[in-house]
Ligand binder design. Structure first.
Ligand code: F0G
Length: 458
């Protein structure tokens, strides 16, 4: 018999989690105003809100914590991180930041101004938020296939080159400070961008003299998919693929809370020393001196170690096969999910799952609340709540996809936990015809409303 697959790690430390009763959950979600961000973590049994900062560090990362150098300037931890970024991604210059959106804040303060256009592949919400906050516009050029969950395209994070070229041709280059390539593309379902597409975006950008910025949160997962799905890459190592990817990036923003498997941290990588110098000013103002930028020395050490672990094939295989395990179970149970499997999460197509809830009543959010009530599982809405209002008209934006993201933390849960999630969704699916109403907004913030929105049941 062929031996079954098993994870390439064992567990050294555990954290107790607690099941709850449906009656408890009904009260808690009501108190949370039907916004799962307002739940206390001990009110959650299986937490699939995010894979960001929720991973389990390895024994080696924890030992690196002990070696952290907390000097204000020039600490050895800074140099360790610098060396890892140069070694893995090939950037000569970098600035540490406390997380990904801080990297965006520093970089966009340097590069983006009012009236600018920033094309890319389905910008993440903080990225879009930072662009719109500067009265600039994020233009989504993702391929159309990404917006049909039932089409199985191996690289649904790809940029539609026709759409991108149209933006580049119909606007002056001075208005386009950068093109952002998000690898993997979170918003379209943790879907990868192919090397071929990366190269093509880069050559279009160069033709127009525009820098390419990689939003790198899940760059290693992207490299894994290139290895597994793209012709000619099967025999290449993850690190080789990563190095090749970054030949086509001028700058990278990184939320290290994902593929560097740390609980907090981020950075910006630069090739151009002049841009690095200009951005350093904002880093000092917003984050901290350029050799710590919002991170402690111990965290920079763990991050450097995490970059190496996160780009090992065996780790990535264990990680993505767990996501695939849940994805396979849901497919088998007839639950509509984004095809094909993505890197960090399974995205449930809420419009197909709950066909009777009107779009104006927040379909994906309705499913998120149902799943919490059913089993204490916390997923997250990627739909109209997150899409927010149009910054000019203030009308609600209804994206073509209403998704519930089940985000799997790295090295945290077992497949038994995935099994609970699958069965909980099956139970809801069996009674989906009786779910016909959703929620309305009682209170919302003017930007990034989904974090703090208060809802009431219709
Ligand atoms: N870019 C991408 C693609 C992201 O997914 C995130 C965060 C960020 C940037 C911002 O990084 O959180 O460190 O400030 N994504 C988390 C998520 C929050 O749940 O998907 P951050």
């Amino acid at each position: 018999m062929e031996l079954p697959f098993a994870e390439s790690y064992k567990i050294k430390m555990v954290e107790v989690i607690r099941r709850s009763t449906r009656a408890e959950r009904e009260k808690w979600i009501q108190d949370a105003r039907f916004n799962v961000f307002n739940l206390r973590s001990d009110q959650v049994f299986i937490d699939l809100l995010t894979d960001s900062g929720t991973g389990a560090m390895s024994d080696r990362q924890w030992s690196e914590m002990m070696l952290g150098d907390e000097s204000y300037a020039g600490s050895s931890s800074y140099y360790k991180m610098k060396e890892a970024i140069r070694d893995i991604m090939g950037f000569e210059y970098f600035l540490p930041t406390h997380q990904g959106r801080a990297a965006e804040n520093v970089l966009f303060s340097t590069m983006v101004k009012k009236g600018d256009l920033v094309p890319g592949n389905a910008h993440f919400d903080t990225t879009k938020g930072h662009i719109e906050f500067r009265r600039a516009e994020a233009i989504d050029c993702t391929i159309d296939e990404a917006f049909d969950t039932q089409i199985s395209h191996p690289f649904k994070g790809n940029v539609d080159l026709g759409k991108l070229e149209h933006v580049l041709k119909s606007n002056p280059a001075e208005r386009i400070p950068m093109i952002i390539l998000t690898v993997t593309c979170n918003t379209s379902g943790g879907q990868p961008v192919s090397m071929e597409n990366i190269k093509a975006v880069h050559s279009l950008a160069k033709k127009h003299g525009i820098p390419v910025v990689f939003d790198s949160a899940r760059f290693a997962e992207n490299a894994y998919f290139i290895k597994m799905r793209e012709k000619g890459y099967g025999h290449r190592t993850i690190r080789e693929i990563v190095r090749e990817m970054y030949q086509y990036a001028d700058v990278a923003t990184m939320s290290s809370k994902k593929d560097a498997i740390v609980n907090m941290g981020g950075f910006i990588g630069f090739k151009d020393p002049e841009l690095f110098r200009r951005a350093s000013l904002y880093n000092i103002m917003f984050e901290g001196f350029i050799t710590y930028g919002g991170m402690s020395g111990r965290d920079m050490n763990a991050l450097a170690q995490g970059l190496y672990e996160g780009t090992e094939f065996d780790y990535l295989e264990s990680r993505i096969r767990q996501v695939e395990y849940l994805w396979n179970r849901l497919n088998d149970l007839g639950i509509p999910v984004q095809q094909p499997v993505g890197g960090h999460a399974v995205f449930v197509d809420a419009k197909r799952f709950l066909p009777f809830v009107p779009a104006s009543q927040f379909i994906a959010q309705t499913l998120v609340v149902e799943l919490y009530l059913e089993a204490g599982v916390r997923g997250v809405e990627i739909g109209a709540l997150m899409a927010d209002r149009d910054p000019v008209t203030r009308e609600n934006r209804y994206p073509s996809l209403e998704l519930m993201r089940l985000t799997i933390p790295r090295r945290v849960y077992t497949n038994n936990h995935m099994e609970v999630v699958a069965v909980a969704l099956k139970n809801i699916h069996d009674r989906k015809d009786s779910i016909t109403t959703g929620y309305q907004i009682k209170h919302e913030a003017s930007l990034l409303r989904h974090f703090t929105v208060e809802l009431e049941k219709i």
